[in-house]
Design a binder for this molecule. Structure first.
Ligand code: PMP
Length: 337
C-alpha cells in the first residue's frame, strides 16, 4: 500500500542556477531536493531503506525503524514511517541544536538523546542505535536498524531514482555530476546510474573542510583538515556506500568560498539553500572551470536555508567566526526605528 505523501518523494525538478552558469559559461543545474516532503534529499534514503526492509520481510506491521542520526535522515525516516504505519526511534547526541530535536519530534520520531562519544567508542550514538534495534527486535520485524552509512539500499535507491531522473531530465546531455558526501549514497548512486548510461561522464566530489574524502581521492589516504559550519556532510571514513566509488575530480570547498555564492542565490535568484548545497554549487563551478565552457553540470540542492536560519544566515554567528555575512544583514544598518 502507498500513501500520497510518499508519491511526493523524488521526481524533483532541475533548476538552472543563473549566476553560477553565467560566471562559468556552463549550464549549472541543481536538483531541487529541498522540495521532498521531509525537506531534504534524505527522504529518498529513508524510503529506499524502508521499502527494502519490507521487501525482505524484515519489518513487521507497526514495527519501529531505529537510526542514529541528528538530522535529515531522521526526519525522512519519521516521515516515511508515519506514512506507512510504522514507528521511528532516533538516537542523537545531546550536543545537537534544539532546533533539530524539535524538527524530529514534529516529524513524529521518538528521540533519545545520549552523551557524545567518538565513533570508536561503543557509546557512540550510531552503535547505541544498533544495539537498541537489536533489543527491541524481540519478535521478527518488531524493529529494524536503518544503518544508512552501510546499508546498500541507500545507494541503490539513489541509482534507481535520483540518477535516472537526472539522466532523463537532461535528455542525456550531461557532462558532469558533483556532490558532497554524508553517507555517500547519493554521490555513489547517481554516479552508478550515469556511468552505466554514459561511461565518460565526469563524476566529482565536493568535500567541505574537515572531511577526509578529499585527501582519500587525491592522495589515497583519509586525512581530515580544518572544520566547516556545514552539517550532514564531510565524512571521516570510507562508508559502505563509497567502497566501490572512484571519482574523476575532487575539490575541497572552504566555508568562505561557498557562503557568498549562497548569499548571491538568495539575493538574485530567490533561492535559499543549506550549506551542503553551497558546497555542491561551489564545487560545480570548480568542475565547470576544469571541464571548460559549454558543458552541462548537475548537482544536488540537498535542503533549504530555513533549517540553518540561526547559523548560515545569522550574521552574528558568522561574524564571530570571521566568515562572510549576508549583505542584506547590513544593508540598512543606520536606520532608526
Ligand atoms: N546534505 C545534507 C543537508 C544532508 O543531511 C546529507 C546527508 N547526511 C547530505 C547532504 C549527504 O547525503 P548522502 O548521505 O547521500 O551523502
Amino acid at each position: 500500500m502507498n500513501r500520497p505523501i510518499l508519491d511526493l518523494i523524488g521526481n524533483t525538478p532541475l533548476i538552472r542556477l543563473d549566476g553560477p552558469s553565467r560566471a562559468t559559461g556552463c549550464e549549472i543545474l541543481g536538483k531541487a531536493e529541498f522540495l521532498n516532503p521531509g525537506g531534504s534529499v534524505k527522504d529518498r534514503t529513508a524510503l529506499g531503506i524502508v521499502r527494502d526492509a519490507e521487501a525482505r520481510g524484515l519489518i513487521a506491521k507497526g514495527g519501529t525503524f531505529v537510526e542514529g542520526t541528528a538530522g535529515n535522515t531522521g526526519i525522512g525516516l519519521a516521515t516515511v514511517a508515519g506514512a506507512l504505519g510504522y514507528k521511528s526511534l532516533i538516537v542523537m547526541p545531546r550536543t545537537q541544536s534544539p532546533a533539530k530535536k524539535d524538527a524530529l519530534l514534529a516529524a513524529g520520531a521518538q528521540v533519545i538523546e545520549v552523551d557524545p562519544a567518538p565513533f570508536s567508542s561503543e557509546h557512540h550514538f550510531v552503535h547505541i542505535s544498533r544495539r537498541l534495534a537489536g533489543e527491541l527486535n524481540t519478535t521478527r520485524g518488531a524493529a529494524y536498524w536503518a544503518n544508512q552509512f552501510d546499508n546498500p539500499a541507500n545507494k541503490a535507491f539513489h541509482a534507481g531514482t535520483t540518477g535516472v531522473e537526472i539522466w532523463e531530465q537532461t535528455g542525456g546531455r550531461i557532462d558532469g555530476f558533483i556532490a558532497s558526501a554524508g553517507t555517500g549514497g547519493s554521490l555513489a548512486g547517481v554516479a552508478q546510474a550515469l556511468r552505466t548510461r554514459k561511461p565518460d561522464v565526469a563524476i566529482a566530489l565536493a568535500d567541505p573542510a574537515g572531511g577526509a574524502l578529499y585527501s582519500y581521492f587525491t592522495e589515497g589516504e583519509l586525512k581530515s583538515e580544518g572544520s566547516s559550519i556545514t552539517e550532514g556532510i564531510g565524512v571521516g571514513r570510507l562508508t559502505g556506500q563509497l567502497t566501490d566509488l572512484a571519482v574523476d575530480h575532487a575539490y575541497r570547498i572552504q566555508d568562505e568560498d561557498f557562503l557568498p555564492i549562497l548569499f548571491d542565490l538568495v539575493a538574485t535568484e530567490g533561492l535559499s539553500l543549506g550549506g551542503s548545497a553551497g558546497v555542491n554549487i561551489a564545487g560545480a563551478m570548480r568542475l565547470a572551470r576544469d571541464l571548460g565552457p559549454g558543458k552541462t553540470i548537475v548537482t544536488l540542492l540537498c535542503d533549504a536555508g530555513a533549517r540553518y536560519a540561526n547559523r548560515i544566515y545569522n550574521a552574528d554567528y558568522l561574524a564571530a567566526r570571521n566568515l562572510p555575512v549576508p549583505p542584506w544583514s547590513q544593508a540598512h544598518a543606520g536606520l532608526s526605528t
